[in-house]
Design a protein around this ligand. Structure first.
Ligand SMILES: Nc1ncnc2c1ncn2[C@@H]1O[C@H](COP(=O)(O)OP(=O)(O)OP(=O)(O)O)[C@@H](O)[C@H]1O
Length: 260
C-alpha cells in the first residue's frame, strides 16, 4: 500500500524548445504504480516531445524527470550517468513506437526479436529463451509456428503485437507508448487495444500513453492530461475530463469526436 503512495515518475516543469518553437512549456505530471496516464492533444501540441524527453531520448532545457527505482531511490534521469540510464531503460523501462519498424529489428526473426531482449538482461540459456519467446508469441496472439519468420512477413497489426512482446518480455515497470494503434485499420486497432488493455491489467503495468485519439484514452487511461501548444491545459480522471471538460480546448476536442 505504501508503495502506491510514492509516484513511480514525476515530471517537474519540463521545458523543451526547438529554436523558437517551444514544444513543451513547464509540463508537470505524476504517474503512480499500476496507473495508465493518457496524454492527448492535436498534432504539434508537444506530446511526442514530452514522451521522448521523459525517456531521455531528447535533452531538455529545464525541469526534472524523477524516477523511483526498484530499490526505492529517487533518480533525476537527465542527471544520471549514461551507462546507468541505459541500464535502467533496458531493465525497468519499455518504449512502444508508433511504427513497429522503429521498435523491431526487421532483419532478425520474430523469436529473435523477443529473445535478444532477454539476452540483453542476462538470459543465456538458448532453450529457455526460445521457450519464453514462444510463450510471449502466445500472449500477443501470434502463432508459435511464425517464430522463425521475419517481421516483414507480418501484417501491421502483427508487427505491433510483436513489438509489444519484445518490450514486455523483460517485465518493465514503466512503459511509454507513442500512438501504439496509429496507422492501423479500425478493426485491427480495436483488437490491439483490447490486447493492450488486457496486458496492462494482467501485468499491472504503469503506462504513459500518447495519442490524439480520445477513444483510445477512454478505453485505456485512468488519468488524462490535455496538451495544447506545449502546455498542459487540463488534467484529471479520464471520465471526469471527457464527460465534463472545463477548458475550451478540451471541450472542442471532445465535441469533435461526438457522432452527430
Ligand atoms: N526535431 C524537431 N525540430 C524542430 N521542431 C520540432 C522537432 N520535433 C518537433 N518539433 C516541433 O515541436 C512542436 C511539437 O511537436 P511534437 O511532435 O512533440 O507534437 P505532437 O503533439 O507529438 O504531434 P504529432 O501528434 O503530430 O506527433 C511542433 O511545433 C513541431 O513542429
Amino acid at each position: 500500500m505504501q508503495d502506491r503512495l510514492v509516484p513511480l515518475l514525476t515530471v517537474e516543469r519540463l521545458s523543451k524548445a526547438y529554436g523558437a518553437v517551444v514544444a513543451c512549456d513547464r509540463v508537470s505530471l505524476s504517474l503512480y504504480p499500476g496507473q495508465v496516464l493518457g496524454i492527448i492533444g492535436e498534432s504539434g501540441s508537444g506530446k511526442t516531445t514530452l514522451l521522448k524527453a521523459i525517456a531521455t531520448h531528447l535533452p531538455i532545457d529545464s525541469g526534472r524527470v524523477c524516477y523511483t527505482s526498484t530499490a526505492g531511490q529517487a533518480l533525476d534521469l537527465h542527471e544520471l550517468p549514461l551507462p546507468r540510464r541505459r541500464q535502467l531503460m533496458r531493465t525497468e523501462w519499455g518504449f512502444v513506437q508508433q511504427n513497429p519498424r522503429d521498435g523491431l529489428r526487421m532483419n532478425v526473426t520474430a523469436g529473435a526479436n523477443i529473445g535478444e531482449r532477454l539476452m540483453e538482461v542476462g538470459g543465456r540459456h538458448y532453450g529457455q529463451i526460445r521457450q519464453t519467446a514462444g510463450l510471449w508469441l502466445d500472449q500477443v496472439e501470434i502463432s508459435q509456428a511464425r517464430m522463425d519468420d521475419f517481421p516483414h512477413t507480418f501484417s501491421g497489426g502483427m508487427q505491433q503485437r510483436l513489438q509489444l512482446a519484445r518490450v514486455l518480455v523483460t517485465s518493465p515497470r514503466l512503459v511509454l507508448m507513442d500512438e501504439p494503434t496509429g496507422g492501423l485499420d479500425v478493426s485491427v486497432q480495436a483488437k490491439l487495444l483490447d490486447l493492450i488493455r488486457s496486458l496492462v491489467r494482467t501485468l499491472q503495468l504503469s503506462v504513459i500513453l500518447v495519442t490524439h485519439d480520445i477513444g483510445v484514452v477512454r478505453l485505456l487511461a485512468h488519468r488524462l492530461l490535455v496538451m495544447q501548444g506545449g502546455q498542459v491545459v487540463e488534467a484529471g480522471l479520464t471520465d471526469q475530463v471527457l464527460d465534463d471538460p472545463q477548458h475550451p480546448y478540451t471541450q472542442q476536442l471532445v465535441s469533435a469526436t461526438l457522432v452527430p
